[in-house]
Ligand binder design. Structure first.
Ligand code: SAM
Length: 268
């Protein structure tokens, strides 16, 4: 990691780009708990390097217990990713909408895998000031909705595609197009993403797409098989603070709440 402070103050206080600062802040906060769920110590290190009013952001985000949701979600993504990579040490990893997440440091600290972090050009420009390309690690500044950027990625190996907190911000045709390009480019692999239920999408200003279930995505793209779909709250027992554990247990018991945000694992 580089060492000088990077100016993020130009990022507006709302909108999709802002959300990457929210998830980074919450992961850093979660990592400081005595018994964290994800425990992403790199998030705290990266945050230290960013010039931004994180206190203001924290006042907006933390009181509702979002740090546990981000911890639970990140844990599920990392666990499924690690299981795939253990079975496919020759895999290519595509981490879409990576923001400032340090997943490659958590899962591939030696940079052995062919790992590509992808986000829009403005975000990758900032990311390059915090992280360095080294070993087989590369960053691609492109919208995942564009054609062309996949040409830089070898298609002849099994692929792990990870999209955490990305697909809700795309439209349905954009998601369909992305999934089609991925399954055309790679012969085999896994795709892990999270999504909100359609009724939540209607309530969240910046959200645009959410599936009813995994079968809906299978119907669009016949190469994809939904292997697992779990609620964000699936592992609520791991929440280390009693009142939030009780709150998430209650939400988990109500199907409408349990299914409002889910994580999907597809194989192809
Ligand atoms: C909620 S943040 C999640 C960031 C990261 N995955 C994390 O968990 O911290 C959403 C990310 O998706 C990125 N994003 C949104 N639309 C995109 C697009 N069309 N192409 C690539 N990245 C996009 C944003 O720039 C942002 O970094």
């Amino acid at each position: 990691m580089n060492t000088q402070k990077v100016d993020f103050r130009s990022i507006p206080d709302e909108g999709v780009t802002w959300t990457l600062l929210g998830t980074l802040y919450l992961r850093a906060w979660e990592s400081r708990l005595p018994a964290p769920i994800l425990g992403d110590r790199y998030a705290a290190e990266v945050m230290e390097r960013i010039d931004y009013d994180f206190d203001k952001l924290g006042r907006r985000l933390r009181p509702s217990g979002n740090q546990f949701l981000v911890g639970l979600r990140g844990r599920q993504f990392d666990d499924w990713s690690a299981a795939f990579l253990a079975r496919h040490p020759d895999a290519v990893v595509l981490h879409l909408g990576c923001g400032m997440d340090s997943r490659m440091l958590r899962l591939d600290p030696e940079h052995r895998l062919h790992w590509f972090d992808v986000d829009v050009p403005q975000v990758i420009e900032l990311r390059r000031q915090l992280y360095q390309e080294q070993g087989n690690y590369r960053m691609i500044g492109a919208s995942v909705t564009d054609d062309g950027w996949l040409d830089a990625v070898p298609g002849d190996r099994p692929v792990l595609v990870v999209a955490e907190g990305l697909l809700p911000y795309l439209s349905e045709p954009e998601v369909r197009g992305l999934l089609r390009r991925l399954t055309e480019h790679f012969r085999t692999g896994e795709l892990i993403f999270d999504a909100m239920a359609p009724w939540i999408v209607r309530m969240v200003k910046v959200a645009r797409w959410g599936p009813h279930d995994g079968a809906e995505v299978e119907r669009w793209n016949l190469r994809l098989t939904c292997a697992e779909e779990v609620s964000f709250g699936e592992h609520y027992r791991r929440i280390p603070v009693r009142r939030y554990r009780a709150l998430y247990r209650l939400m988990y018991a109500i199907p409408l709440m349990r299914n409002m945000a889910r994580i999907f694992r597809f194989t192809f």
